[in-house]
Design a protein around this ligand. Structure first.
Ligand SMILES: O=P(O)(O)OC[C@H]1O[C@H](O[C@H]2O[C@H](CO)[C@@H](O)[C@H](O)[C@H]2O)[C@H](O)[C@@H](O)[C@@H]1O
Ligand SMILES: O=c1ccn([C@@H]2O[C@H](COP(=O)(O)OP(=O)(O)O)[C@@H](O)[C@H]2O)c(=O)[nH]1
Length: 462
C-alpha cells in the first residue's frame, strides 16, 4: 500500500515544543495513528539558519520537522498566514494586513518546505497537504519535478468571492490551489465559494461532480467535514467521571450548574460576544444569578499577533465587569482560564457542564462542539449552543443554533438550554451522536485518501 505523507505547519510530534491546543494537530494525529506514515512540519523551534529535517519515530508515525529562522517565521506565520489569510478567510476584512515582503516570505517558506520534503519522498507516496499556510506547496513541489498525487485540505473557511477578491494577488493564490489533484473543504458552503470564484473571476469552472478546470489544469474538489475519534472521546469522558480533577471541579461549583466554553484565544471564536451574552442571560433571567457558573478556557494563541493581544485585554475587561457587577462573596459568575488543559481533563469538564457554548463568528469546523456532544452522559445529556457560522452547524442541526452576533439571542439560548426538559435534551443529543458515530476522524481520512487515490493523474493538464 502506498505511504501517506502529511504536511502541516503544526504537528503533534511528542518532540514538537510548539504543540498547543488546536484542532488540526489533534485531528491529524488521530487520523495517522492507525495507518501510519510520514508527517512533515515545523518543529516549533526558531534557528539561526535553515536546517535539515530532524527525523524521529513515535508509534507508527515517522516525524520529520524543520525549524524556521525568526525572519521566516515572522513573514510566513505571523504576518502572512495569520495576519493576512486568517482574517480574510474568517470574513474580517478590517483586520487584514498586507505587505509584499510578508507575501514573499510566505512563498519563500513554501519553497523551503518543498526543497526539504522532496528528498524524503518515494515515487508512490500519496501527499496530503494541510491548511492555509501551504497553499503554494504543490506548485513548489511540482517545480522540483515531484509527480506524486498531491491533495490539499483547507481547515478554515474559504470566503465568498466578494471577500476573497479583496486579497492582493488573489489570483495567484487560487491558481496555486488549483495545482492540487484534489482540494478538500470543510463544508458545501466553502466548496460553493470556490466554484463561484472560478466562474465570477472567469478563470475556470467546476462541474456538479466537483471536477474543475482552471488555470490550465484539471482537478477535483469536494467537501470532507472533519470529525473526531468519537468512541475514544466517549471512553475518555466515561473514564473522567470519577477522576480527582472532575470531582474537584464539581466540589468547587457547590451544586451550581456549569456553562462551558473552550477555545484558543482567537477573535474568530466570538468570546467577547459570548461573555456579553452570559451577562444578558443574567440580566433577563435573574433566577440564574448565583446558580450558574460560566467557565471559559482560553489558552493563549498566536500571541505574536497584535490583534490577539488586543483580544486578551478586551476579555480581561469583560470578566472584571461581569464578576464585579453580579458576583457575590461566595460566587464568581465567570471563571476565565488562560491555559491549555489535556483532553482527558476537558472530557470530564464537558461532561460536567449542562451547557456547551460554541459561538464562533466564523469557524472552519470546530471540534470542541463535537467533543462536547461525545462527552455527554446519555441518560442526562447537556445542551450544545452552536453558532450557525461554525462548519459543525451543518452536521449538528439538533444543537440550539444561534447567530453569534446576536448577544440577546445567545442569552436566551443559554436560558433555554438550562431549562430544557430531559426528553428534549435526550432527543437532540441522540441525533447529534448518530452523526458523530457515522462521520468520524477515521472516515474523514479514509474518504479523502481514497478519493485522491482514485484520481486519474493523466488528465492533469487541461
Ligand atoms: O497552529 P496554531 O496557529 O496554534 O492554530 C491552531 C490551529 O487552528 C486552526 O484550526 C482549524 O482546524 C480545525 C480542524 O479541522 C477546525 O475544527 C477549526 O475550525 C480550524 O480553525 C488552523 O486551521 C490550524 O492550522 C491550526 O493549527
Ligand atoms: O485547553 C485546551 C483547549 C483546546 N484543546 C483542543 O484543541 C482543539 C480545538 O479545535 P477546534 O477545531 O475546536 O478549534 P481550533 O483551535 O483548531 O481553531 C480541540 O480538539 C480541543 O480539545 C485542548 O486540547 N486543550
Amino acid at each position: 500500500m502506498a505511504r501517506l505523507v502529511i504536511v502541516s505547519n503544526r504537528t503533534a510530534s511528542p518532540r514538537d515544543r510548539g504543540t498547543r491546543a488546536g484542532g488540526l494537530a489533534v485531528g491529524l494525529r488521530e487520523a495517522l495513528q492507525k495507518e501510519g506514515g510520514l508527517w512533515f512540519g515545523w518543529s516549533g523551534e526558531l534557528s539561526e539558519a535553515a536546517a535539515e529535517p530532524k527525523i524521529h519515530e513515535a508509534g507508527n508515525i515517522l516525524f520529520a520537522t524543520i525549524p524556521l529562522t525568526a525572519a521566516d517565521h515572522d513573514d510566513f506565520y505571523v504576518h502572512y498566514a495569520n495576519g493576512t489569510l486568517w482574517p480574510l478567510c474568517h470574513y474580517r476584512l478590517g483586520l487584514i494586513e498586507f505587505s509584499r515582503s510578508a507575501y514573499e516570505g510566505y512563498l519563500r517558506v513554501n519553497r523551503l518546505f518543498a526543497e526539504r520534503l522532496a528528498p524524503l519522498l518515494r515515487p508512490d507516496d500519496i501527499i496530503w497537504i494541510h491548511d492555509y499556510h501551504f497553499i503554494p506547496l504543490a506548485s513548489a513541489l511540482r517545480a522540483l519535478g515531484v509527480a506524486n498525487r498531491i491533495g490539499f485540505f483547507l481547515h478554515i473557511p474559504l470566503p465568498a468571492p466578494e471577500v476573497l477578491t479583496a486579497l492582493p494577488r488573489h489570483r495567484r493564490l487560487v491558481a496555486d490551489l488549483c495545482a492540487y489533484d484534489l482540494v478538500g473543504f470543510q463544508t458545501a458552503d466553502d466548496l460553493r465559494a470556490f466554484s463561484s470564484y472560478l466562474e465570477e473571476e472567469r478563470v475556470g469552472a467546476m462541474d456538479r461532480d466537483g471536477a474543475f478546470q482552471a488555470f490550465g489544469r484539471h482537478g477535483m474538489a469536494a467537501a470532507f467535514p472533519i470529525g473526531i475519534d468519537t468512541q475514544a472521546f466517549v471512553d475518555l469522558a466515561q473514564a473522567a467521571v470519577d477522576s480527582p480533577q472532575t470531582r474537584r471541579l464539581a466540589d468547587s461549583l457547590g451544586g451550581r450548574r456549569l456553562v462551558i466554553g473552550v477555545d484558543r484565544l482567537d477573535y474568530s471564536k466570538g468570546i467577547p460576544q459570548r461573555m456579553e451574552s452570559f451577562q444578558a442571560a443574567l440580566e433577563s433571567h435573574p433566577e440564574h444569578r448565583g446558580r450558574v457558573t460560566y467557565m471559559q478556557i482560553a489558552p493563549i494563541s498566536r500571541g505574536e499577533v497584535e490583534q490577539y493581544r488586543a483580544l486578551r485585554r478586551e476579555l480581561e475587561g469583560w470578566v472584571g465587569r461581569i464578576n464585579g457587577r453580579f458576583g457575590e462573596f461566595d460566587w464568581a459568575p465567570v471563571r476565565y482560564l488562560n491555559k491549555a488543559f489535556p483532553r482527558q481533563s476537558l472530557a470530564g469538564f464537558y461532561r460536567a457542564a449542562a451547557v456547551g457554548l460554541v459561538t464562533p463568528l466564523r469557524d472552519g469546523m470546530n471540534l470542541v462542539a463535537k467533543e462536547y456532544v461525545a462527552a455527554q452522559d446519555p441518560e442526562n445529556p447537556g445542551v450544545l449552543v452552536l453558532s450557525r457560522f461554525a462548519g459543525a452547524a451543518r452536521s449538528l442541526p439538533q444543537a440550539l443554533i444561534v447567530n453569534p452576533f446576536d448577544v440577546e439571542e445567545i442569552g436566551d439560548a443559554i436560558h433555554l438550554a438550562l431549562t430544557m426538559p430531559l426528553e428534549e435534551r435526550r432527543a437532540r443529543w441522540a441525533g447529534m451522536m448518530a452523526e458523530l458515530r457515522t462521520n468520524t476522524i477515521q472516515s474523514w481520512c479514509q474518504a479523502f485518501v481514497s478519493r485522491l487515490n482514485a484520481i486519474d493523474t493523466n488528465r492533469r493538464a487541461a
